[in-house]
Every structure is written in C-alpha cells, then in structure tokens.
Ligand binder design. Structure first.
Ligand code: ZN
Length: 339
C-alpha cells in the first residue's frame, strides 16, 4: 500500500452537523461560468437553490461581445441572481496606446452590465509584453486600469501566484506533494517565472499604489496558513478584501485561530469557492457554521488532514455570506437578503 491509497476509516464518534445548505442566503464572489452567454440558467439556479446561494458572481465575463451575450441571457432569464465581472486581455502591453484602449474597453464593459474586474494569475506568471518580457503585477503601464476601476467604483478581484509549496522542493516535507505528483505542471521554481515572494510583493505594491481602488485578494492572498501575517497585511492595506476560494482546508485545520481572525476581520472577508462543484460547498458551510470535529475534506491533494468547524456566530456569518459583498460589489439587490 502507498501513501495515496492509505485512507483509514475514523473510529471517532462525535456529533455531526452535515450542512448541505447555508444558514443564510449567500453571495459566492468567486465562480467561473465560461459559457454563461448560451447556457441554461434555470438548471444553474436549481443547483444554487439547494445550497441557498442567492447570487453567483461569474468572474469569467471575458469582456466585449461575450460579456454582452452573458448579460443579455441573465437579464432575459434570471435577472438579480447573477453578477458578471469582466476580464482584461494583456496582449499588446508595450504598445503606445494599449492602456488607453484597455481603459476604454473596461468602461464599455461596465456600461454593458459588468460589475467588477477579475484578473487571472496569468498576470505576473505568463503574460508577456510586446518585447517578450514578463509583465509584473505592479507594472506601471497597467496603472490606468486600476485607477479607472477606482473611479468606476468597481472592485478588482485578483488572483496572484499559487500556493507557496509549489515553489518548494518536491519532497517528503512538501504539504502539496500529492498535488505536484498528480499535476506536475503546477511545479514552480525561483526562475519559473520568479520567486513566490516576488509575485506577492508586486501585488502588494500595486494595492498600495492605488488606495482608492478596492481589491479582493483571491484565495486569502495565499496566506491562509499564516493568519497573523495576513492580518498584518489587512492592517497595512485598508483597500484589500480577501476571499477564501479553494483554501477552506487551511481554515478547517486551525478553527480557533481562524475564529479569532474572522472576529477581528469580519468586515474584510468574502465568501468565495472557485471551482463549481456543488457537492463541495458542504465543507465550506460546515467549517464556517458548525463546531464539528474531525470531518473529511473533499480533495486529498489540498489536504490530507481532517476539518474542524469554527462555529461562527450569526452576525459574522451574515457579513461573510452577503453583507460585505453587498457593500463592495455594485448591482446586487439587497432586498434579496435578510437584515
Ligand atoms: Zn478562480
């Protein structure tokens, strides 16, 4: 038997509160629906209803004509239940009028119904300018975009870098060994493309240079495993919000530290999930809402450890589930949510 197949059944008997539906209606600020222009929204709504997801934020709006089609489909069939963020194409950075065109496109997309901007991790990792050089996240040639987002009062949800262990030695000490073993393409290194710390530093530089723009740092900014440090970042950058897409396993292994963090930063945290697998939401609800102990996580390559619930009080749950998103993201109907 090898490590991957070792999967003993726990003999522990403790109370269980399997939470298939959130206690309050919620807004998922980190979702991807790439074919929203043509897809059947009613079947999507049926899945959302089961979870008590009142509003889904689709971060893959693409911009231009694609975005127009998505907004049309939403407005015709399911207005109020979907919000779309647009995206930016970084091809052509280095051309004299690139920023001007990108800003114009952003304005048009917002006019056409987008309510935010999503930046993929390709910025900083893959995107290159016309000279073939990597575009750093804090590249000043992009400044006009962040500034415009602030003027338009729309948030920028940004994913930068990847979990730190992807940069570390892939050995018996690496917590993401299984993920790297099964998905070797995710391995990074100091020159691939640059060190983890460099990407993170660039992102923070960019946040600090644009205090008038609200940024939602995806995946807890990749510091869900060091909440003290993440808290210090939130203290330093009041324009930074965070969401916990794909990192609930980190919170579920430190329920007491995470509880204190959620109490202290209750106005700065948004609900995000990322990959659309409805059955996986139960882990999120259970970690947030219950005080359950030693329950399983759904993806072994994220976490080979068991989960514990934080048991957050209702007033904090409401902020995480919808109040903070209502404050940050324009265009959501607040009457869909309780006081
Ligand atoms: Zn995502």
């Amino acid at each position: 038997m090898d490590f991957e197949s070792y999967n003993p059944e726990p003999t522990l008997v403790v109370p269980e509160h399997i939470t298939k539906r959130a206690k309050f209606p919620f807004i998922d600020v980190h979702n991807h629906q790439f074919r929203m222009g043509t897809m059947d929204l009613d079947s999507l709504i049926m899945e959302m209803e089961k979870l008590n997801m009142q509003v889904m934020v689709n971060l893959s709006g693409r911009g231009g004509e694609e975005l127009v089609k998505m907004v049309e489909n939403i407005n015709t069939n399911e207005p109020k239940r979907f919000i779309v963020f647009t995206n930016i194409n970084f091809n052509g950075v280095g051309e004299k009028d690139w920023a001007e065109k990108a800003v114009k496109q952003l304005e048009t997309d917002i006019k056409n119904g987008a309510n935010g901007l999503k930046i993929y991790k390709s910025l900083g990792m893959i995107s290159k300018d016309i000279h073939g050089n990597r575009i750093p996240v804090d590249d000043t040639r992009l400044d006009a975009i962040w500034k415009k987002a602030g003027e338009l009062k729309i948030p920028v949800l940004i994913h930068t870098a990847d979990p730190k262990p992807f940069w570390d030695e892939m050995d018996e000490k690496n917590e993401r060994w299984l993920e790297l073993a099964t998905r070797p393409g995710r391995k990074r290194g100091p020159d691939d493309p640059v060190p983890f710390e460099k990407l993170i530093e660039e992102q923070h530089n960019m946040f600090k240079a644009h205090p008038g723009t609200t940024f939602i740092n995806a995946h807890f900014g990749w510091y869900p495993n060091d909440l003290k440090y993440l808290g210090s970042l939130l203290d330093k950058m009041p324009n930074m919000m965070i969401e916990f897409g794909a990192i609930i396993a980190e919170l579920g292994r430190q329920p007491r530290t995470a509880y204190d963090f959620f109490v202290k930063y209750q106005d700065r945290i948004l609900f995000g999930k990322d990959s659309w697998v409805p059955d996986e939401y139960v882990t999120y609800f259970r970690v947030l809402e219950t005080k359950d102990e030693y329950f399983p996580y759904h993806k072994k390559y994220h976490a080979f450890w068991a989960m514990y619930g934080m048991g957050l009080p209702d007033d904090i749950l409401k902020k995480i589930y919808y109040k903070n998103a209502l404050r940050i993201i324009p265009g959501i109907d607040a009457t869909l949510f309780p006081e």
